[in-house]
Ligand binder design. Structure first.
Ligand code: NDP
Length: 289
């Protein structure tokens, strides 16, 4: 089994992005500028947003972190979004999800100017993705494509099984793998909790992309020898030996599947790092206009 290493791949892409930022600055442009809106104190969201700010620093982007209180009204949050839409010094911004329950995420997503929607969640950008038009691709599927590209993994003509149909991972991933593009041109089966015989579907797959949210769900008996396996899952599993009381694990039983797969992503150190790089790539694209 070969490792699809998120650390190595992310570093390679960051180096390229940093070089492009230097070139932009050298030709008199300002640095790309990303803002992140964080509502409340959800520890996972705080960690994600801090990571995004750190990534911006590393490649020479400007970043602005906007922290808003948990009890902010939807109206006030929408005013903030409007302000960011109109801020000419800003290339793109994200509103970190999930939002507190009293705020409707769809309304907020719809309020973001599609030109600044570097998360690629606005329906206009989702539609452009489906039509294979230039757009911001959603970060996790985009990061997976970047990883496949980095390792020259052939996808054309392959049978790809995506497990999970969420709006942010599984569904866009299935569209992107089926597009007439490279990576892409795969024959795709999108599976979910109502799929009749998931094991039989997986055993036919040359490429499996698991985005389920259940620790160690995909086991070796579900994988064809030589398959490429991408593990999107990030699950907390209790672990008393760790200081924080848990460890992170993917949706794939890494040990078992590593005996069967030709390529496999680790968790942590795989798709999560690529998701972060994809956001940088989208922001660079926004800055270029
Ligand atoms: P969602 O909970 O939104 O979607 C999970 C999907 O898995 C659903 O479509 C669900 O089917 C399907 N599913 C659940 N149980 C089964 C089953 N037994 N058999 C087949 N399909 C099943 O999750 P997300 O897509 O948001 O995230 C998935 C995982 O990826 C999570 O662990 C999350 O933390 C992680 N993640 C990682 C990212 C990264 O950067 N690495 C980024 C985003 C997410 P149904 O629709 O029928 O309910």
């Amino acid at each position: 089994m070969n490792l699809l290493d998120g650390k190595v791949t992310a570093a390679a892409y960051k180096e390229k992005i940093a070089k492009e930022v230097s070139e932009l600055k050298a030709s008199g442009n300002r640095a790309p500028h990303l803002a992140a809106v964080l509502v409340g104190e959800n520890p996972a969201s705080v960690a994600y947003v801090n990571g995004k700010v750190k990534d911006c620093d590393e490649v020479g982007f400007k970043s602005t972190l906007i922290r808003l209180p948990e009890d902010i009204s939807q109206e006030d949050l929408l005013s903030k979004v409007e302000e960011l839409n109109n801020d000419e010094g800003l290339d793109g911004f994200i509103v970190q999800l999930p939002l507190p329950k009293h705020i409707d995420e769809k309304t907020v997503t719809l309020a973001i100017d599609p030109k600044k929607d570097v998360d690629g969640f606005h329906p206009e950008n989702v539609g452009r993705m489906a039509l294979n038009l230039p757009t911001y691709l959603p970060a996790t599927p985009h990061g997976i494509l970047m990883m496949l590209e980095h390792y020259n993994i052939e996808t054309s003509g392959k049978h790809c099984v995506v497990i999970g149909r969420s709006n942010i991972v599984g569904s866009p991933m299935s569209i992107l793998m089926a597009r007439n593009a490279n990576p892409g041109n795969a024959t795709v089966t999108l599976t979910h909790s109502r799929t009749a015989d998931l094991k039989a579907e997986c055993l036919r797959a040359d490429i499996i992309i698991a985005a389920i949210g259940k620790a160690n769900f995909l086991t070796a008996d579900m994988v064809k020898p030589g398959a490429v396996v991408i593990d999107v899952g990030i699950n907390r599993v209790e672990d008393a030996s760790r200081k924080r009381g848990y460890r992170l694990t993917g949706d794939v039983d890494f040990e078992g599947v590593s005996e069967k797969a030709s390529w496999l992503t680790p968790v942590p150190g795989g798709v999560g790092l690529m998701t972060r790089v994809a956001l940088l790539q989208n922001t660079l694209q926004a800055a270029r206009g």
